[in-house]
Write a protein that binds this ligand. Structure first.
Ligand SMILES: [Zn+2]
Length: 291
């Protein structure tokens, strides 16, 4: 092999220039590669930030949707009228007030059915009274109750009771337009005796109230023919004698009668009873506006 001839100075300069150009080319390429890599990293970072933002926003939207869906039943719960319960309820034509007295209560259980286990007057009275209250309030009637629970106040003995005078102080200080006390009858000597009895005091503007309530109960409870019981002032129940508002004492049925005692455990029966009493009261109150 022949040794290469020595390079001329001109050739050496050209070679040096070429090497320099080559280094610059490599440097440019490396720089370009670094820039591409940096751009790629930035692109990925941007996409990541975008994706995270999108996910966070979606979670936010989902949370808002879930919260708004939860709000719907919550709002429905706070609406007082129960449309199915209030079906058939007469609309009051004025701003009326009614006081309801659930008979007995707390440590006074009233009468107890001897023919159907677990039917206690105290519980039935309160149950129907609370249904009556809810019905009246659902159409805007203002209601007060002599008591709305049978659970004694804190610190009281379980024998705690609410006497008749206290009840009527509550009722009369409320200044209601109508008063109604709810009880259950009992006649163990003859268990065939049954039916609704509506007591009121003659001459106390309660005659039409009593008959309208009897009609309204009969309309709601099939086969029911409530009896109207006009009483003399000196021979009647304390609550309707002392009531300043036209008042009724409704004995909704007989605990001693097996059929009626069983009805007192039936939700539909109790609701119909409450609806009948409510309609009797509202009918009478509406009529009072016209005269
Ligand atoms: Zn009673």
């Amino acid at each position: 092999m022949n040794p290469q001839p020595p390079k001329t100075p001109e050739q050496q300069r050209l070679a040096a220039d070429e090497q320099m150009l080559e280094r610059r080319r490599i440097a440019r390429e490396r720089l370009a590669a670094e820039r591409r890599a940096k751009a790629e990293r930035q692109r990925r970072m941007t996409m990541l930030v975008f994706a995270v933002t999108a996910v966070v926003m979606m979670i936010g939207v989902i949370a808002v949707v879930i919260a708004s869906r939860r709000d719907v039943p919550a709002a429905a719960d706070t609406q007082p009228p129960d449309e199915t319960a209030a079906e058939g309820l007469i609309t009051p034509l004025g701003d009326f007030t009614v006081c309801i007295d659930p008979g007995h209560g707390y440590g006074d259980e009233g009468a107890r059915s001897q023919v159907v286990d677990g039917v206690v007057e105290r519980e039935v009275n309160l149950d129907v009274a609370l249904r009556l209250r809810d019905l009246l309030e659902s159409v805007g009637v203002t209601v007060s109750m002599t008591h709305d629970t049978n659970t004694p106040p804190d610190g009281e003995e379980s024998s705690y009771t609410i006497d008749l005078e206290t009840r009527m102080n509550i009722a009369n200080s409320f200044g209601a337009d109508r008063f109604v006390s709810i009880h259950c009858d009992s006649y163990p000597a003859d268990t065939s005796v049954s039916g609704v009895r509506i007591y009121y005091v003659r001459g106390r503007d309660a005659d039409s109230l009593a008959s309208q309530t009897a009609d309204a109960i009969a309309a709601e409870l099939e086969g029911s023919t409530p009896r109207i019981m006009p009483m003399n002032e000196n021979d009647t129940y304390y609550v309707i004698r002392v009531s300043e508002a036209p008042g009724l004492l409704v004995e909704i049925g007989f605990l001693s009668n097996p059929e009626e005692a069983a009805s007192m455990l039936d939700e539909d029966w109790k609701q119909s009873m409450a609806l009948g009493i409510a309609n009797g009261l509202i009918h009478n109150l509406n009529e009072g506006l016209e005269t």
